[in-house]
Design a protein around this ligand. Structure first.
Ligand SMILES: Nc1nc2c(ncn2[C@@H]2O[C@H](COP(=O)(O)OP(=O)(O)OP(=O)(O)O)[C@@H](O)[C@H]2O)c(=O)[nH]1
Ligand SMILES: [Mg+2]
Length: 451
């Protein structure tokens, strides 16, 4: 934190402008020492200056310098941003000059890490900055910007405030039992308050599924026997001839992926090798891969060929897919069939084809319905969304459940303060009020360089 760091903040490549960001105690003096324009140590904060970056008497680049003095900056430290002409060689040369003058090259996410460590933003907001950069849909962008604005932090802070009030009233009872004007804490008034917190945590965890799918999308795996039309479904969904389609069973041997935007939610669609017993070495590996990806899927579309006479093999495979969100898609409904599908009544069944333009509309509608995609628009877009946040919320919930169970089992109130404190601190970890250095390092290392 004592060093002055610098990095290229724009994408590396040829472009109109590249921005090099410098932050730290010596940011202004270092840039000033290589700048031909005004004396940057004497100008007002939040001003822009024209000039050249120079090395000995050589002009390296014509630049605009944005100067921002602490504390109203991204990192809260003195910050200088150099707008260079874009292009790899110029930008790298300016960066090299700054490094020679004593700047350290920033690690990925180090500017944001400093903003967090200097107390300008909490951990949820810091994570959301990375999410905003990586967002691929409008909904993901909205989720991230709401988190930056602090909507999610407020929800967590609210629960923590209630916990601290409960904790304080218990402690006052323990410390000053002789006072008459203090409300006596009993199981009767404590348990309902803890149940209210449990309710809020359950809601956060339940709704985190929305956050997860808005941020990461839904992993959809297309499974089924060979030649049923899996690759045709992928191609039709993507509106692109991505996978090879032939009438030869066993055409697809590896997994093929593509993304589509369904009502603002990203579907990561994965086509797989048809499931069958085979002696072909390569195809065997492909079939195993199909099984592996299906285990990690959020949704399996199991495809059946409408013209298949014998469904016994399909029924067996579908039965093995228990615990998975599943749609059985009867493909090729443009072809006649004597099949009856009432044995699939307990599943989500959709019929369609890949021949007509609206042959897959019912399939898409079913996905929208199963993942409540329309309902998401009516909500406030402040959900826990990362695995880190969700697992901590679950840990906090366990602590509060322990407190309630302990009270119900007759354990004394002062003992349950341990569980209440654990819940409070775990929620603190979500926003970064409590943190471990290595976890913070790991989290910021996933950021872009220069952010
Ligand atoms: N009539 C009709 N034919 C279809 C339909 N969808 C796919 N087909 C045909 O079915 C054959 C197999 O299609 P694919 O998409 O390659 O099937 P697959 O399930 O990917 O097959 P494998 O890769 O071998 O597992 C091709 O000849 C397609 O043109 C459909 O809705 N109706
Ligand atoms: Mg295929």
């Amino acid at each position: 934190m004592d060093t002055t760091i610098c990095a290229i903040s724009t994408a590396v490549g040829t472009g109109a402008i590249s921005i090099i960001r410098v932050s730290g105690k010596e940011a202004i003096s270092i840039v000033n020492s290589v700048f031909s324009g005004v004396d940057l140590t004497k100008v007002n904060t939040h001003t822009i200056h024209y000039g050249f970056i120079v090395e000995e008497d050589n002009k390296i680049d014509e630049v605009l310098i944005t100067l921002m003095k602490s504390p109203k900056t991204y990192t809260t430290e003195d910050t200088v941003e150099i707008n260079c002409h874009g292009g790899i060689s110029t930008t790298n040369k300016v960066l090299e000059i700054l490094l020679n003058k004593g700047c350290k090259l920033a690690e990925p996410g180090e500017f944001t890490k400093r903003a967090f460590l200097n107390g300008r933003i909490d951990l949820l907001k810091a994570e959301a900055i990375s999410d905003l950069i990586n967002s691929e849909t409008e909904k993901a962008r909205k989720l991230a910007i709401n988190q930056i604005e602090g909507k999610l932090s407020k929800k967590i802070e609210y629960i923590r405030k209630n916990l601290i009030q409960i904790q304080a009233s218990i402690e006052v009872n323990i410390d000053y039992p002789e006072y008459d004007d203090i409300e006596v804490i009993t199981n009767q008034n404590l348990i309902p308050n803890l149940n209210k917190i449990l309710f809020d945590l359950n809601e956060l965890i339940f709704e985190s599924e929305n956050g997860r799918i808005i941020k990461n999308g839904i992993d959809v795996v297309i499974l089924g026997k060979p030649n049923v039309g899996k690759s045709s479904i992928l191609n039709t969904l993507l509106e692109e001839e991505k996978a090879i389609v032939t009438n030869i069973p066993g055409t697809t041997r590896d997994i093929i992926e593509g993304k589509i935007n369904l009502n603002g939610i990203l579907l990561n669609v994965i086509d797989t090798a048809g499931l069958r017993q085979t002696s072909d070495f390569v195809e065997k590996i492909g079939v195993q891969k199909s099984i592996n990806v299906s285990e990690k899927a959020d949704l399996i579309i199991y495809v059946i060929d409408n013209t298949t006479a014998n469904l016994a093999g399909d029924i067996k495979k579908i039965t093995n897919l228990n615990n998975k969100k599943l749609i059985i898609f009867i493909n090729k409904d443009d072809m006649s069939s004597k099949n009856k599908y009432d044995k699939f009544n307990k599943y989500n069944v959709v019929m369609g084809n890949t021949i007509s333009t609206n042959g897959l509309d019912k399939l898409k509608n079913k996905i929208v319905e199963m993942f409540n995609i329309k309902y998401l628009d009516t909500k406030d877009f402040s959900y826990l969304s990362s695995a880190r946040q969700i697992s901590l919320a679950k840990k906090a919930k366990n602590a509060i459940e322990n407190a309630i169970n302990n009270l119900n089992e007759g354990i004394s109130i002062d003992m349950v303060t341990i569980d209440i404190k654990e819940c409070y601190e775990t929620l603190g970890e979500i926003i970064g009020a409590v943190y471990q250095d290595d976890l913070i390092d790991e989290l910021f290392s996933r950021f872009c360089l220069g952010k």
